[in-house]
Design a protein around this ligand. Structure first.
Ligand code: HOZ
Length: 432
């Protein structure tokens, strides 16, 4: 285990230079460490469950490039497949059989998906699904939940999670009111609030979109009956149910949260894992709805790099690895060991902490809880979380640098990694 203080001179130099070159020194806000204090470490390389920074420090990684690295970083089978694909070119901008292969794998795995469109990110997937929801129902309004994040498209930047929550931005300047006037919000896990919105907006709501297990407000599980209730309400009011499974797809279970909880939405968005570490997203669902997407139908959406051979290759190989017997049992066992261990240590060291895990997704809040929604999540002592984060980093453990992001494990995390992480947490929490 790395002991305090670690030397991060090169990281600091590079990040200082980056701040003159890129807004906040980063390509995406949360990774700037703004809410946890200190400076981000600058990565040099990643392998299995580990990161090495430019100063040569090694860390056990629980971010996993924000979800895609479920098989571990730079898995040899993924990198070998990519090397082979690379020889054939990096982008076709034309049909390839690789798209068929990944599409079949996705359709076979995810209960709601009968047809799929590949895009380049989760944000794009959610933009695409939004247009299809509205076109199919001929209605404009949507319901989203406070603290859920569906990418950075205008319509979704209302009470959003992830970086918006991390930075404490109520919403974003630059988003016209007209873009969000059709976005209705409700507290997560609150069926009564959803029903009230349907009643107040009869025949106007295209659908409900949600993270079936929230990762972008920290880790929040659905209460018993919540997903079932949404399915019933959307049926009752003639609206669509959309699961944003960008985080949970192929992570909570091979078939995502919809397989895990046995609730089939009408449409689903995917990203992260299905690209195996390359930029990818996808949206899919019922054939009658997806048939509206151009050029099969009139709903326009396009992309130069969509379905590119490298992303398809990494995705195919990653899903193949996840099909190996025992993969999800392993992910669940080690993640449970981690979450239980952290909660136990917090209890023994006298800190009010709550949290949990489902399969390879976990999270902790510095509050006694329970946390059912974003308002509850905001009760977490984020200053304390920041000190915890810094202490863990100094002991060689890389956690998401935000209270409002879930943690991710991978097939590459070992029992020894988990033991080391729990020991580090004991050390940090004893002195917090
Ligand atoms: N939006 C992602 C986390 N929920 C990515 C954050 C990042 O890459 O900085």
């Amino acid at each position: 285990m790395v002991n305090t203080p670690i030397k991060t001179t090169k990281s600091q130099e590079i990040f200082a230079a980056a701040q003159n070159l890129m807004p906040g020194g980063v390509s995406s806000p949360v990774r700037a460490f703004k809410s946890v204090g200190g400076q981000p470490i600058v990565f040099d390389r990643v392998k299995d469950a580990y990161i090495w920074d430019v100063d040569g420090n090694q860390y056990i990684d629980y971010v996993g490039t924000w979800g895609p690295a479920i098989c571990g970083h730079a898995h040899p089978e993924v990198t070998a497949a990519l090397r082979e694909a690379l020889e054939k070119g990096t982008s076709f901008g034309a049909p390839s059989v690789l798209e068929n292969v990944l599409a079949e794998m996705v359709i076979d795995a995810v209960p709601s998906i009968e047809m799929v469109r590949f895009v380049n990110s989760g944000t794009e997937a959610c933009m695409g699904v939004l247009r299809v929801m509205r076109a199919f129902t001929n209605r404009d309004k949507i319901i989203k939940f406070e603290g859920c994040y569906h990418g950075h498209a205008d319509t979704f930047l209302v009470k959003a999670g992830s970086g918006v929550a991390t930075l404490g931005l109520p919403d974003s300047p630059g988003v016209p009111k007209s873009a969000t006037s059709s976005t209705l919000t409700a507290p997560y896990n609150d069926l009564e609030a959803v029903k009230a919105l349907f009643e107040e907006n009869k025949d106007e709501i295209a659908g409900v979109i949600l993270e079936p297990v929230v990762g972008n407000a920290g880790f929040i599980a659905p209460d018993a009956g919540f997903l079932e209730g949404l399915r019933e309400l959307t049926h009752e009011y003639g609206a669509l149910l959309v699961f944003d499974e960008v985080m949970t797809g192929f992570r909570i279970a091979y078939g995502g949260a919809q397989e895990k909880f046995g609730i089939t939405p009408d449409l689903t968005t995917l990203g992260k894992v299905i690209g195996g570490g390359l930029p990818v997203g996808a949206y899919g669902g019922r054939r009658d709805i997806m048939s509206l997407v151009a050029p099969a139908g009139p709903v326009y959406q396009a992309g130069t790099l969509s379905g590119n051979p490298l992303a398809m290759t990494a995705g195919i190989k990653t899903l193949e690895l996840l099909q190996k017997p025992g993969a999800y049992e392993y992910l669940d066992r080690i993640t449970k060991k981690l979450a239980d261990g952290l909660l136990q240590v917090a209890k023994e060291t006298g800190h009010a902490v709550c949290g949990g895990q489902i399969s390879a997704m976990f999270g902790l809040f510095f509050t006694s809880g329970p946390v059912h929604n974003y308002e509850d999540a905001k009760k977490s002592d984020t200053a304390k979380f920041g000190r915890f984060h810094r202490g863990m980093l100094e002991r060689g453990i890389y956690l998401a640098p935000s209270q409002f992001e879930a943690g991710f494990t991978s097939l590459a995390h070992t029992d020894e990694d988990i033991n080391q992480t729990i020991a580090a947490a004991r050390d940090v929490l004893s002195n917090l």
